[in-house]
Design a protein around this ligand. Structure first.
Ligand code: KG4
Ligand code: ZN
Length: 334
């Protein structure tokens, strides 16, 4: 079985080839991040247009690199949601067109399932159950993967995603988009104890997150500050975010008894988060792993791989026929 994976849910155009025998053969990603520097965030219409301009060339290059033809493909796994509708529809249209003309089976994939299963790209023996902390510009979730195809969201953000909060605070500190890595860098020279920024939803061992109040607290704090104070602001902000992530994870581990964690998404690159997870591993025997960064951020290898897993374990096909901007893991079969 040779699977073509297609990912276009947000601002990365990804194509991949995954084979049953050899695993991942090749994958390519075009990130649009530079297009959005001047806007400070993703503009959906520009993202969709860029996918449509680039996707066919990326596909051609991928086939060339892997020395394969479209005729060799016998399954197309594409991201059907959740994501930006215009972006999703570009990938979906390409998938449906190839599938119809060449009579190749089509498999819609939930983007979040792609992230959850991504560690399997590097670890053939990835055993369930495990917890997944998915932290990126679009997601902040703690998910329990009890077995392949069965996922429970234990907690998620009720407003901004945690990467989004980093980006918004980056903007407040006059840093270029995406602000996450720059805020983190600035924080290295700051005092994380100077400002006691709020940690939301910490009562009752609630596993949901809220980051919008934190961003507003930073905004108000800046009123009385000068640029020389920015490293302390960045460090205190980062401390608050990581503190919340770690405490909620500890609750999730306590509630489920699961001692295995996969940390994924762009924010998984954050140094403080990694340090705290390592510390947590030492005190609680938590086994923490991170997919390679190229599989942590949005890519089509994880989508092709999710298609492979769904076929391998004969999982029931999702009934979805159209791209779905909103498609929570709890509604996979609705
Ligand atoms: O998974 P990802 O590449 O893409 C999308 O969410 O689309 O995640 C990008 C997010 C951005 O919000 C970025 O600022 C954040 O991950 N990020 C970081 C770091 N590196 C990337 N946030 C905090 N610290 C970092 N080192
Ligand atoms: Zn994603």
């Amino acid at each position: 079985m040779l699977i073509l994976g297609i990912e276009s849910s947000c601002d990365e155009t990804g194509l991949a080839l995954y084979s049953e025998e050899e695993g991942l053969i090749a994958h390519m990603v075009n990130s649009q991040v530079e297009l959005f520097t001047e806007y400070g965030g993703v503009i959906p219409e520009i993202a969709a247009r860029d996918h449509s301009v680039k996707i066919i060339n990326i596909l051609k290059n991928l086939l060339k690199k892997a020395d394969k033809k479209l005729d060799d493909v016998n399954l197309i796994a594409y991201t059907a949601g959740p994501g930006l509708i215009g972006s999703l529809m570009v990938g979906e249209t390409v998938a449906k067109t190839i599938s119809n003309i060449l009579d190749i089976e089509l498999l819609p994939i939930n983007h979040l399932e792609g992230h959850i299963l991504a560690p399997g790209l590097e670890d053939d023996n990835l055993e369930t159950p495990y917890l997944c902390l998915l932290v990126s510009g679009g997601h902040t979730q703690i998910i329990e993967c009890s077995e392949y195809g069965s996922y429970q969201i234990l907690g998620e953000t009720i407003d901004d995603a945690c990467g989004e909060a980093f980006d918004k605070v980056g903007k407040l500190l006059n840093l270029e988009y995406p602000g996450g890595p720059k805020v983190s860098k600035l924080a290295e020279d700051g005092d994380p104890t100077r400002f006691n920024f709020p940690r939301a939803l910490m009562k009752d061992k609630n596993l949901n997150f809220s980051f919008s109040g934190l961003k507003t607290a930073v905004l108000y704090a800046l009123d009385d500050l000068e640029e020389k104070d920015y490293p302390d602001v960045a460090a205190s902000f980062q401390e608050a975010v990581v503190d919340v992530l770690i405490k909620k994870l500890a609750y999730a581990i306590e509630q489920t008894g699961i001692k295995k964690l996969v940390c994924s998404g762009g924010v998984a690159a954050n140094r403080l988060l990694r340090e705290r997870l390592t510390d947590m591993g030492k005190t609680t025997e938590l086994e923490v792993s991170y997919p390679k960064m190229e599989f942590c951020t949005d890519n089509a290898a994880m989508i092709a791989h999710a298609g492979f897993i769904r076929k391998k374990y004969n999982l029931k096909e999702y009934p979805t026929k159209y791209a779905r901007p909103r498609w929570p893991l709890g509604e996979l079969y609705d």
